[in-house]
Each structure stands twice: as C-alpha cells, then as structure tokens.
Design a binder for this molecule. Structure first.
Ligand SMILES: [Ca+2]
Ligand SMILES: [Ca+2]
Ligand SMILES: [Ca+2]
Length: 360
C-alpha cells in the first residue's frame, strides 16, 4: 500500500490486483490485474509510483494514464412489477472520438438465469430488452484516438409498470346473516344480495357492473359502475326463476382506456322464489286424508297440520324425506271436519290452507 497525493494504492495477493482508493470520495477503482503475480511492495520514484511483484518477479511503473476501454456492470434493479422499459439516460461528458455504449438485459427472477434475456445494445438510448420485473445495465466506454476518455454518471432507467387485470370470483346470491352484519342492515322482504370477491394485483380501485339472466334469455343489467363488491336487489322486480349473475370488474379508475382491463365471471344458477307452495287435498277415504304440497321452484322445508288452529304439528312426507318441491302427506282424521295445513318452501314463502274433509 502507498499514499499518492489524494489516493491510496493497494496491492493484493494471488491475482496481483491493484486498487486505488480516492480519499475524498471514498471511491474504489480497480486499476489492473497481473493475474499470477503477487504485489510485494510499492516505492516512489520521483513523481511516479513503482511496484515490485513476487511469484513472477518484476518491477513495474504505475503510470497516470487511463485505460483505452472499460466496462461497468450495474447491480440488478427491481421495478416491483412487470415493467415496460423506456430510455436509459446518463449525464455524459463529451469527448471527441470517445464512445459510451449501453447494454441492458431483463428478466423476472431476482438473479439472472435461463429465464433472462441476453444483453441487448440500446438503440439511441432506447432499451430493447423485453418487459420484466428486473433489469441490469452494462456500460462500455472507449477512449478516443488521442486518449480523450468518456465518462457517464447519474444514470437513470425509465420504465412504466404494466397494468395487470383484476379478478372476480365466488359470486354468491342470497340472504345470509353474515352479509347483514357487514352491511349493518337487515334484509327487507324480497331483498337479496349479490356478493363477490374481487382482487387487482396492482391494488387498483375497481368498478363493477352486474347483470343477470334466466337460462337462454338475454342479459339484464342490474347495476353499472358500482364501487362496492356487492349489490342489494329487490327480487320482486324480477320474475321468479333460476338466474345466473355476471359480475364485470374494470380497473379503469387508475388506468387509461387503452391500458385498463375488464374481466367478468358468471355465477352458478340461483333461484329467485317469491311464491308460496300450493296445498291441495288428493283424497279422503277410510279416515285417511292424502294431501299434496307442491312448489314450482324450491324444495319444501316444513309442512304442519292442525285440527284446531292452535297446535300445529310438523308432519313428514309419505316417502320419508322432505327433499323435493312436490311431496305427499298422510293425515289420519278420525272424523270429518276442518283441518288447517301450513307449508313453507326453502325461500321462506309460506302457504296456508283450510281443508274440509267430507265422508263420501
Ligand atoms: Ca390492474
Ligand atoms: Ca316457492
Ligand atoms: Ca320426498
């Protein structure tokens, strides 16, 4: 090691490398490398520095000259998203005949590997590497014929994070108590909620459009440009039937018309049922009344019977399982008279009928 005005030259072991440390800036410059030789000592000879090498003996002079060419490879930069690259810019010092050439390479893994592209020279400082999350640049400097050397600093890479599409899933239609809690409001009669999960990888705010249709019918728009991930609808507005719901999500608020994405997803079929089941007497013979309860859309959830209007008792269907929209019930009536039948479908529509049993 030797002091040389504002600099310190440091010789290293096996590879015979000499580094120069600039005292003012702290910058470390790799001067050159003699490969096999060891730098054993430095000495001052008049204004110049000389050094001697060991394993392959020799004496050299450290001349205050620049290399005719040099390369600098940057660290890897992370754009934290899929970036489309623009220009690379640098503050350069003009030097006649000297050249500054930039190369870049990009990829989507933190360390350059098979997935990374090869180095590409920029074209008029425009980066030609493909879009990616990571980028690295290399600078190749060549001195002019008269020894003038180029320099470059304040290097800036311009990029734009590419927009990524949002996603919509888990579209649900119903009247669940969980939603009532979130909304802090109970459902009114006939009210249902369409709910969904939406996500944008860029955390862009989203706007939603909601449509519905019955099988083989055209779509009917229920809502446009809503910012909430749910929609409460009055089901009395719609004819009862089986519906599927389509939710479209767009990340336009944070993007331009050209770059915004619009994605949609369609739910399974859900039933809108606002009609009560139908109750009718099929027959009354040998003290046995056979009653048929039918619902056009839904499975029945309960059937009850009373002879005095005061004590309704649940009755099970003849086939043993309450599992369809049409069930037969048997009631043992010891004598003729009136019975009262109540039934409910699984959408809470209630039917009530008083039946007169007459012996033939
Ligand atoms: Ca987005
Ligand atoms: Ca019904
Ligand atoms: Ca059944």
């Amino acid at each position: 090691m030797i002091y040389d005005q504002e600099k310190i030259h440091v010789g290293t072991g096996e590879d015979g490398e000499i580094y120069t440390v600039h005292a003012a800036s702290g910058m470390i410059e790799k001067n050159f490398r003699l490969n096999t030789a060891q730098i054993s000592c430095f000495a001052r000879m008049e204004k110049n520095i000389i050094f001697a090498t060991g394993s392959s003996s020799g004496i050299y002079e450290l001349a205050p000259r620049y290399h005719t060419a040099g390369k600098f490879t940057s660290r890897i930069f992370d754009a934290r998203g899929l970036a489309v690259w623009g220009k690379i810019e640098a503050c350069e010092e003009e030097a006649a005949g000297a050249q500054t050439v930039f190369f870049t390479r990009s990829g989507n893994t933190f360390l350059p590997g098979e997935e990374w592209e090869e180095w590409k020279e920029t074209s008029g400082r425009r980066i030609l590497s493909r879009a990616g999350r990571f980028i690295q640049y290399r600078l190749e400097l060549t001195a002019g014929k008269d020894g003038t050397t180029p320099s470059a600093g304040d290097i800036r890479v311009f990029y734009q994070i590419a927009n990524r599409p949002p996603a919509v899933k888990n579209i649900f239609f119903g009247r669940d108590s969980e939603f009532e809690k979130v909304r802090k409001q109970a459902f009114k009669p006939g009210e249902y909620a369409v709910r969904w999960d939406a996500f944008d990888p860029d955390n862009d705010p989203l706007e939603f459009s909601v449509s519905c249709r019955q099988k083989n019918q055209p779509w009917f728009v229920l809502e446009k440009k809503s910012r909430e991930p749910f929609l409460v609808i009055d089901s009395y507005r719609l004819p009862q039937g089986k519906y599927e719901f389509m939710v479209q999500a767009r990340d336009l608020p944070a993007n331009t018309l050209e770059t915004a994405f619009s994605v949609s997803n369609i739910s399974r079929y859900f039933i809108i049922d606002n009609e009560a089941p139908e109750i009718r007497l099929e027959s009354f013979q040998d003290d046995i009344a056979l009653i048929r309860i039918t619902d056009s859309l839904s499975v029945l959830s309960i059937a009850e019977i009373s002879s005095h209007l005061s004590d309704f008792t649940a009755i099970g269907p003849v086939d043993g399982v309450l599992d369809s929209g049409s069930e037969q019930f048997r009631y043992n009536a010891a004598q003729a008279g009136y019975i009262h039948v109540r039934a409910r479908d699984e959408h809470n529509n209630i039917a009530f009928k008083t039946i007169r049993l007459e012996k033939k």
